[in-house]
Write a protein that binds this ligand. Structure first.
Ligand code: ZN
Ligand code: ZN
Length: 233
């Protein structure tokens, strides 16, 4: 099975590890597929204005260089590690209310998508680009300052757009996803080196982008595993 992590941040947003080093870390750890998913923050809230001002967010004016850098580093990762690197973003709508906050990964994205758009517009644009749409940390989380409950609380409206929900994020497990029988994956929400050791996805499919997207969308042959460094906790 392919060892995968679909949720990784770099210094392009609020991660502490540069893109190239992050790729080497995952490549040397034996991963088959990763997605780089730096934040695109909605500029509408006070939080978003600060994130954009301090460049903790991909913006329209640097999306292309972000994308091209991932593609270029992806070529190096393939030659060196036979690891597939997918370009993605994390649409980040954060407010002081959990019920208003939601984060969504768009994976295999080709052009900029604004986090200021409403969800329907974002999802339709992502579908047009044939990107995977993943709802992140959709329930109460141990590490977030504000939970991101908006999509879960409005799941009847939005579930049809969402290819998979994070059933596990870093150290958290969201059993509500299995109770509702939604399609699932797991990811590290990597921001620091130690986050390498966290929940991951394993896929039973070819190491090829269309096969990977299909495997997640049909959600057959998907497993999660707690990737650890062998040191007893
Ligand atoms: Zn997030
Ligand atoms: Zn994240």
């Amino acid at each position: 099975m392919l060892l995968c992590d679909f949720h990784i941040h770099t210094t392009y947003s609020d991660g502490s590890v540069e893109l190239r080093r992050a790729i080497d870390l995952f490549g040397q750890a034996g991963f088959d597929v990763i997605a780089i998913t730096d934040h695109v923050v909605s500029g509408e809230t006070a939080f978003g204005k600060l994130a954009n001002r301090f460049r903790f967010s991909i913006q329209e004016d640097n999306f292309n260089s972000y994308f091209e850098n991932i593609v270029e580093e992806g070529r190096r990762a393939w030659d060196r590690y036979r690891m597939l690197v997918l370009p993605g973003i994390e649409i980040t709508k954060s407010s002081f209310s959990s019920n208003q906050s939601a984060h969504v990964l768009l994976i295999d994205i080709k052009t900029f998508v604004s986090a200021s758009w409403d969800f329907e517009k974002i999802f339709l644009e992502a579908k047009k680009q044939d990107a995977l749409i993943i709802a992140c940390h959709p329930h109460h989380s141990s590490e977030l300052m504000v939970d991101t409950l908006y999509l879960w609380n409005h799941r009847k409206k939005y579930a049809r757009y969402i290819d998979a929900w994070e059933i596990a994020n870093r150290d958290d497990v969201f059993n509500v996803i299995s109770l509702k029988r939604y399609p699932y994956i797991a990811g590290s929400d990597f921001h620091r080196v130690r986050h390498l050791y966290s929940w991951k996805t394993m896929l039973n499919c070819e190491k090829e982008i269309e096969a990977i997207k299909q495997c997640i969308r049909y959600n057959r042959g998907v497993a999660i595993t707690l990737f650890r460094d062998g040191i007893p906790f």
